[in-house]
Design a protein around this ligand. Sequence first.
Ligand code: HEC
Length: 187
Amino acid sequence: MIALAKAATEEEMRTAADYYASLKPKPWLRIVETDTVPTTFVGPGNMRFATTDGKKEPIGQRIIELPEDAEKAELRDGHSGFVAWVPTGSIAKGEELATTGGDHVVNGKIVKGKTVACGICHGPQLKGLGNVPALAGRSPIYLVRQLYDFKHGARTGKEIALMVPVVVGLTQDDMLNLAAYISSRTP
Ligand code: HEC
């Protein structure tokens, strides 16, 4: 990727950016709540696949993303989507946090929550606002990874300042719940 990027001219980069910006987002993932998931392994192309013995195991506090069709995914078929299994109840917990930031009322007074409602910056439907990226319908594993990286300083750059107060109080379970909800929204 670095070699390819270095060889591209400004004009080629602009043409590519215009092309990708013109594509309409469409659902690529199904989000399903569950208590058990197929047993899995990391296989070709660093992708996770279900074992073929039909065995299941508890999901625990994990997100398991699997191709809808393992063979097509291995062939990098751009029309074969993925299913993301998330823990039972995670979507509702994530919705609560994403829409309120965790703000709540105690004895008639508003108590500030542990985060900030995402829609303020990412748009009411989380489809992006100005330069703030769209989140709806994206891979929940990707979303957790970004939240974790913002919190632990692995994602840097001048645009992260607005995200730091959002993630500082989040636990890993909060990140999982937020990701389950956000990825279940229509892109
Ligand atoms: C005050 C504004 C603000 C709020 C509130 C906010 N965000 Fe963000 N968010 C941003 C900005 C700006 C970026 C782009 C950061 C960058 O370019 O590195 C971003 C980026 C992200 C990304 C990375 C997206 C990508 O394309 O890699 C994720 C994930 C994210 N936010 C999740 C959330 C969640 C979840 C919430 C609510 C709990 C939230 N944000 C609330 C401003 C905000």
